[in-house]
Design a protein around this ligand. Structure first.
Ligand SMILES: [Fe+2]
Length: 221
């Protein structure tokens, strides 16, 4: 099983506060049968505690420890980039490492309406495959917007908490609507700790139609 949106990399953002918490999160993933995890620390987000320039080195250190503790789990480094109309980072630095396409997990403001369809179209035209993080949170998108986003070449991710309703009723309704309309490519835990925002992918997968199939991403050789 594949969890492609997590905040397990310790001490870099509002995710795992310590190495012990991160290892506890991996333990829970292991128990649930998760074998592939992308670590997606925040970028361009005020919850960041460390510069993203440190992420790769920190990932390599953590990966060594994790491999010994849970050899059946393969970790990848990605990021969750907050879109900012005034900042245009080198997105190549934040694509998922180890896959054969330029996957870019991108989030948007929940409150401030953003031209998401247009932003994603532009990223696709530059050669990226954007993955929209927790699309159920952008209540200002219409169903047609979401259809267009996918048609244009982006992928859609919904949070476990959205499916389970722990993130609120509105997000739950939208998460299930997008599932029903076959617009969802990934469900991911977006886990931030080992407790109330813990790894809960399997719990969520039990609540989705049996026809749902998680998209697989081809690893690069
Ligand atoms: Fe996240």
């Amino acid at each position: 099983m594949f969890d492609m949106h997590t905040h397990i990399l310790p001490e870099v953002d509002d995710g795992a506060k310590t190495l012990d918490v991160a290892l506890d999160m991996l333990k829970q993933q292991h128990k649930q049968g998760v074998t592939k995890i992308v670590l997606t620390p925040h970028v361009q987000n005020k919850v960041q505690k460390k510069s993203s320039s440190e992420y790769l080195e920190r990932f390599n250190q953590f990966n060594e420890i994790a491999k010994k503790a849970y050899p059946s789990i393969k970790l990848f480094l990605g990021a969750e980039v907050m879109y900012d109309q005034f900042k245009h980072p080198d997105y190549d630095k934040f694509i998922f490492r180890g896959f054969n396409k330029k996957y870019l997990l991108i989030e948007f403001s929940v409150e401030m309406e953003t031209p998401i369809v247009e932003v994603l179209y532009n990223l696709v035209s530059k050669g990226y495959t954007p993955i929209v993080a927790h699309i159920e949170r952008y209540a200002y998108l219409s169903l047609d917007d979401v259809r267009q986003i996918r048609k244009d070449g982006s992928l859609i991710q919904v949070n476990s908490g959205g499916i389970l309703g722990t993130d609120g009723k509105v997000f739950k309704r939208l998460a299930h609507l997008y599932l029903k309309e076959n617009l969802v490519d990934f469900i991911a835990s977006d886990c931030h700790n080992a407790q109330f925002r813990g790894p809960n992918l399997v719990k969520a997968l039990k609540k989705v139609p049996s026809t749902f199939k998680m998209k697989e991403l081809e690893e690069s050789l």
